[in-house]
Design a protein around this ligand. Structure first.
Ligand SMILES: Cc1cc2nc3c(=O)[nH]c(=O)nc-3n(C[C@H](O)[C@H](O)[C@H](O)COP(=O)(O)O)c2cc1C
Length: 735
């Protein structure tokens, strides 16, 4: 429900919000500039009477003085018959010219308040503020859901570059946008009298006694009112002997007898009038100038949020299959899809087509489409992704509630296939929940739940064989993900290791290759943006299924570096190892924000073996802040496959690397990283007590051995590897 609300409202209101927010950001410039150039605030002892005295001396025809939110005191007076305006220095009484309101800013103000129209514009601006409020709240709730709950709201945002930009910008701007939107709605409701009038109270009209006019210093109320609480002071009209001094402060208004100085009438603001003034001051940022800066910057982020939001919506729309597939009629087999990024729909379609080929009538629907019309189905096959901390993806957000209401027949069968990523603490957590719920509902299980890591086509094919056997057909699932948009990379340099010991491993450094597309031809080829630990996908010859390698550099290093072990019979590694400097290959970058050191200064323990040291070397190279980094590196022979040896020694010297603990399995004293970890147990416990984060990269067996060794290290601290994983302090990149 949240996503459609956010998307449709965002699309419908995008232009209006960009106009309101951009004009709001421009309006914030003047108050901040005024504040920065304003004189130092007067001492707290300066009273309204002091400044009014100075004003009567500097400008004998003074009509009114006003204290601006920036603190500037503006005097309006008459020079002969002509009105004039100036800023007065409350310490010296010196007058200086008041800044003229620029015609451009007047247009901007009109645009912001009423879109250059009258009442229809004011109504539309009010609706815009309401749309902003709904978008800010729904966006924040979606972000919290995606990150695994409100307590993880500050965690790293995941997803495509566009999704990360949208999430990070909205997180930075949401406080300011909520203040602007809430106060904007309140001001609109006040304008249209849905809420009571918030204008300050006016004191009842009064008449002065006849007699000579007192000077401000002779009037007790003006002496007792500090300058800081002044709004306006109007002086009595010279030609009307009964006119009064009119003093407005934050608390209300008073009329003062010009001849006696007595207070003739007074009106205090009601709590609502006081509240409205706070609302107004919050909206305009008048309350405090840092607030003006916050509101201005938050508003300036709105065009970025609108642009990235539309791009995300468009990408999602393009990837999603047609509506007809999503609400397909009832078939024998119904494939229910839980997806957020849409890749699971592609797997579902492959499955549907293969079932059709095997003579099984199947259709595809969103999990949220579960309803009484599906009671006629014979079996449900659930394909679902997981988000956040084991949460449902958007197309399955309502599934468990719908399942609770669903009346399943006694013969209904089910199978669950989870799509997830092992790096998350709750791998395929939502698929687990759905599997249990279907079993508890009394559906007949066809086969145990199966989990697929990082959209593995191989895993999908394996499950397909088991599922086919369970329903009595032969099923060969060949899933070809949509071919990603690649770019050409040119090999600049390669360093070979491990040849002598039969484990050839190469560090390959790429630069931009042949330019492609109009932009490439105009601007020249460039590398995309990436961080160490992100992935580069390469397509093996004759295959559309990419093989991913962890990046050992960030784009700031000017090269795209990977570390590749030649696998026996490996098509992709074979192709990469055959490259000579100058050769080109196509690849694409996929962000992998779950695998990188968390921000901050806490120590980092890096553990890798073989080519798994690649991304870890990238983290060390990027460690400009010199946070403590300790590397445990496993290889076979120091003379042959000590990858990055020269770099690691240089990084130890310049303190990017704090300690290096290599372990060699084929040279005395033979050891693996696990042994080094066990030997360093005490030191490791010290680091973990200082909030250290552990990053592990390498083969599955090594990762298992490392987890076991660390479990023993952690036990005396009453901690487990699972505890650290939950806190995001133990992350693995395992292949
Ligand atoms: C923000 C985000 C959070 C994720 N959280 C989890 C998780 O908690 N557990 C898990 O196994 N996979 C998690 N994943 C991985 C996805 O479930 C996986 O990539 C899935 O194949 C995506 O399918 P979809 O494109 O159809 O949504 C997450 C992915 C992202 C981008």
């Amino acid at each position: 429900m949240l996503r459609p609300l956010h998307s449709f409202l965002g699309l419908a209101a995008a232009l209006l919000l960009v106009a309101l927010a951009t004009s709001g950001a421009l309006l914030a410039i003047d108050p901040v500039r005024e504040r920065l150039t304003a004189a130092a605030p007067p001492a707290a002892t300066v009273s309204v009477a002091d400044v009014a005295e100075l004003a009567t001396r500097a400008a004998p025809g003074v009509d009114r003085i006003e204290r601006k939110p920036s603190g500037a005191i503006v005097v309006t007076y008459f020079e002969g018959d002509s009105p004039a305006i100036a800023v007065i220095d409350p310490a010296t009484g010196a007058l200086s010219p008041a800044p003229e309101p620029s015609p451009f800013m007047l247009v901007v103000k009109n645009l912001h308040r009423k879109l250059l129209l009258d009442d229809p514009g004011r109504v539309t601006a009010g609706l815009g503020a309401f749309a902003m409020l709904v978008l800010a709240v729904s966006g924040l709730a979606m972000l919290a859901r995606g990150l695994g709950g409100w307590r993880k709201l500050a965690g790293p945002v995941r997803g495509t570059a566009m999704q990360r930009l949208h999430g990070q910008a909205s997180r930075a701007a949401v406080a300011g946008l909520l203040i602007s939107a809430l106060t904007g709605v309140a001001m609109s409701l006040t304008t249209f009298e849905v809420l009571p009038d918030g204008a300050p109270a006016s004191a009842e009209a009064a008449r002065s006694a006849e007699g000579p006019t007192l000077s401000p210093a002779q009037i007790p109320l003006l002496r007792d009112t500090p300058l800081a609480s002044l709004r306006t002071l109007s002086f009595p009209y010279a030609d009307d002997p009964t006119d009064v001094f009119r003093l407005a402060t934050a608390d209300g208004e008073s009329n003062i007898d010009r001849a006696t100085g007595a207070v003739l009438s007074t009106a205090a603001n009601t709590p609502y009038q006081s509240a409205y003034q706070v609302i107004y001051a919050l909206h305009t940022g008048e309350l405090a100038w840092p607030l003006t800066v916050l509101l201005g910057l938050s508003s300036a982020a709105v065009p970025l949020l609108a642009g990235t939001g539309v791009a995300i919506w468009w990408a999602r729309r393009r990837a999603r299959p047609g509506r007809s597939a999503a609400i397909a009629g009832v078939s024998d087999t119904v494939i229910l899809v839980g997806s957020e990024g849409n890749t699971t729909w592609g797997f579902a379609e492959t499955l549907r087509a293969a079932l059709a080929g095997a003579g099984v009538d199947a259709s595809v629907a969103a999990m949220n489409d579960l309803g009484p019309h599906l009671r006629a189905a014979r079996r449900f096959v659930v394909l679902t992704a997981t988000y956040g901390d084991g949460e449902a993806p958007s197309s399955a957000s309502d599934f468990l509630a719908r399942l609770a209401r669903f009346e399943a027949g006694p013969e209904l069968e089910f199978a669950v296939l989870g799509f997830g990523d092992r790096q998350f603490p709750r791998f395929c957590g939502f698929a687990d929940t759905v599997d249990r719920a279907l079993e508890e509902k009394g559906l007949r299980r066809l086969l145990p739940e199966f989990r697929i890591d990082r959209q593995s086509a191989q895993g999908f094919a394996d499950w397909g064989r088991e599922f086919g056997a369970a329903i009595g057909v032969e099923l060969a699932l060949v899933h070809t993900p949509e071919r990603p948009r690649t770019q050409s990379l040119r090999l600049m340099e390669r360093i070979d290791y491990g040849v002598e010991i039969g484990a050839p491993t190469a560090v390959l450094r790429f630069g931009p290759g042949e330019p492609s597309g109009l932009m490439g031809r105009l601007l020249g080829a460039r590398l995309p943006r990436f961080e160490a630990g992100d992935l580069v996908g390469m397509l093996a010859p004759g295959s559309d299924v990419p093989r991913f390698y962890s990046l050992a550099s960030s784009s700031r290093d000017g090269v795209l570096e990977i570390c590749v072990r030649l696998m026996p019979g490996g098509l992709c590694s074979g192709r990469l190892h055959a490259l000579r400097p100058g050769d080109c290959i196509d690849g694409f970058v996929r962000p992998n924000p779950g695998f990188r050191p968390a921000p901050g200064h806490a120590p980092v323990i890096l553990i890798g073996a073989g080519a798994g040291v690649g991304p870890l070397a990238g983290f060390i190279r990027s460690n400009a802040a010199r946070r403590p980094m300790h590397l445990y590196f496993g290889a076979r022979d120091p003379g042959s496959d000590f990858l990055y040896r020269n770099d690691l020694e240089a990084w130890l010297r310049d303190r990017r690397l704090t300690s290096l603990r290599p372990a060699f399995s084929r040279a005395a004293p033979r050891a693996r990283v696990q042994h080094r970890l066990a030997a360093d147990a005490e030191a490791l416990r010290g680091l973990i007590a200082r909030e250290a984060q552990i990053l592990v990269c390498g083969g599955r067996d090594m990762a298992r051995g490392v987890a076991e060794a660390l479990a023993a290290v952690l036990a005396p601290m009453q901690l487990t590897v699972a505890d650290l994983k939950r806190e995001g302090r133990y992350v693995e990149d395992v292949y």
